[in-house]
Design a protein around this ligand. Structure first.
Ligand code: PAF
Length: 279
């Protein structure tokens, strides 16, 4: 696996791959890699001949209330995992490489950024869209793998690539879960033992809500019941909502098109995020 820290090094490495006729996939990450990220690398490999994985903790997507310095970092461990997963290039830009002094361009996506994480984390999707556009253009990737775990992010990045005519195809990859159902996330390591034991109650509540809604129960009632159940278990639910899959517009009743149940809830100091298909 080649490691690149400068743009000329990345460009030279990807040019060699292209000259050899190899299609390139990128897996954008912020490091602290777990099995969910490795599943992205595996999926990317199935759709391209070479995989670039970026590790960059993007300051632009953290708002002032969020602690960027608390984000977990483990570069040596990450590189070992990527090597084992068969990644071809690790792209490790520093902040000054990604945002050189004087950088003044950001990308504002409307539509799927509205509501949910867009409300909870103002400016977050501007940072995500900007860094993802840069990663696609830096790598010239044919394909980019994103986890369905961050459903809104997946829709925002898809919209952005479409709107800017960036020829990188967005590949959605199903959420990887622990044996007890908890969606894998770099932030799970901040759960205490007691919180970790209770964390799967979130997906359990979501599955119950999805089941009763798909079975014809009134949507608002099903969501309220499970929101209350989570609060009783010590969660601070932010939202539990039925939405249209691609647009993320809230749904008051089931529809024939794709639907998603979204949830965000705080447990201790950790904000858990999850989503599942409905119907
Ligand atoms: O999902 C993430 O880890 C980040 O939002 C991403 C896509 C790597 C952009 O920084």
């Amino acid at each position: 696996m080649e490691t690149c820290q400068t743009l000329p090094a990345l460009r030279a490495a990807t040019a060699r791959l292209r000259a050899a006729g190899r299609r390139i996939a990128i897996v954008p990450t912020m490091g602290a890699l777990h099995a969910g990220h490795i599943a992205l690398v595996a999926a990317a490999r199935q759709h391209a001949d070479a995989v670039v994985t970026s590790i960059f903790v993007n300051p632009l997507q953290f708002n002032p209330n969020e602690d960027l310095s608390r984000y977990p970092r483990d570069e040596a461990g990450d590189l070992a995992k990527l090597r084992e997963a068969g990644c071809d290039i690790a792209w490790l830009p520093g902040v000054e490489v990604m945002y050189p002094p004087g950088a003044g361009t950001t990308i504002e996506v409307t539509g799927p950024t509205a509501g949910w994480e867009g409300d909870a984390r103002p400016g977050h999707f501007r940072g995500v869209a900007t860094v993802c556009a840069k990663l696609f253009l830096q790598s010239g990737a044919d394909v980019a793998a994103f986890g369905e775990k961050d459903w809104q992010q997946l829709q925002v990045v898809t919209r952005m690539a479409l709107d800017l005519d960036i020829p990188t195809r967005i590949l959605p990859v199903p959420t990887v879960r622990e044996a007890d159902g908890l969606a894998m996330s770099s932030r799970n390591r901040f759960l205490s033992a007691d919180e970790r034991a209770r964390a799967p109650l979130l997906i359990a509540a979501m599955r119950r809500a999805a089941g009763t809604i798909a079975g014809g129960a009134p949507v608002a009632e099903a969501l309220a019941t499970e929101t209350e159940a989570l609060a009783r278990e010590g969660f601070q639910p932010d939202y539990l909502a039925l939405v249209d899959g691609p647009s993320l517009k809230p749904l008051a009743a089931i529809q024939p098109g794709p639907m998603r149940l979204l949830a965000a809830a705080r447990l201790g100091s950790v904000r858990l995020l999850d989503n599942i298909p409905v119907g």
